[in-house]
Write a protein that binds this ligand. Structure first.
Ligand code: ZN
Length: 213
């Protein structure tokens, strides 16, 4: 099996991580999260590697993770998200009070709803969907067991956790998601979050001050 390339890009006005995935010598790419204006970073990468965008996986419906998706979505591009964030995907301006002025709140139509227990296939690799609400009702994480990586959005960060004080947030639910889902992944799993640096399950089990195992 060819190796998987994971290219991290920190984009948009509040530094949101998006990850472009492709297989070495492959022709297709998948984007995890779509910050505002991400097309300007993603399109040149696609061109220079001869890739076609096949899917956009959205970890949740907050504007800083999805309002760039409309510029990249289109025929042949599937957009995946969880139904509990439907209102945020379809009417992202409901969160305008929590964003800076001047942003273009472009809605995105989800073409494939995903939920706990679903499994995706990525060039011969399994991707498990875990529903991890608490930061947002529709937070999902994308776990690739063989690659030992998990894209966690804003559920957990290096030494921190997602905000639970925004509309739809619930700290006790977030705690439960982290304890029961994230902390139960194999400890060597790398956690690729929506903001800041990469971490791992073992590092957070040892050091995370907000949610203790
Ligand atoms: Zn968020």
């Amino acid at each position: 099996m060819k190796s998987l390339v994971v290219r991290k890009m920190e984009l948009g006005p509040i530094g949101t991580n998006a990850y472009l995935l492709w297989e070495e010598e492959g022709r297709e790419a998948v984007l995890v999260d779509a910050p505002p204006g991400c097309a300007e970073a993603v399109e040149p990468l696609l061109d220079s590697h001869g890739l076609v965008l096949r899917e956009i996986w959205l970890t949740h419906g907050h504007w800083d993770h999805m309002i760039g998706a409309a510029d990249l979505a289109g025929e042949g591009v599937e957009v995946l998200g969880h139904r509990e964030d439907r209102i945020l995907f379809e009417q992202p301006a409901v969160m305008a009070n929590f964003a800076m002025p001047g942003l273009d709140f472009k809605p995105i139509g989800i073409s494939r709803w995903i939920e706990e227990g679903d499994e995706l296939e990525l060039w011969g690799r399994r991707v498990a969907i875990l529903h991890c609400p608490g930061h947002c009702p529709g937070n999902v994480v994308f776990w690739m067991e063989e690659e030992r990586i998990c894209f966690v959005g804003d559920v957990i960060f290096a030494g921190s956790v997602g905000r639970a004080d925004l509309p739809g947030g619930d700290f006790s639910l977030l705690e439960r998601s982290i304890r029961e889902k994230i902390y139960n992944l194999p400890s060597e799993t790398a956690l690729l979050p929506g903001h800041g640096p990469e971490t791992s399950v073992s590092a957070e089990l040892r050091n995370n001050p907000f949610v203790r195992p």
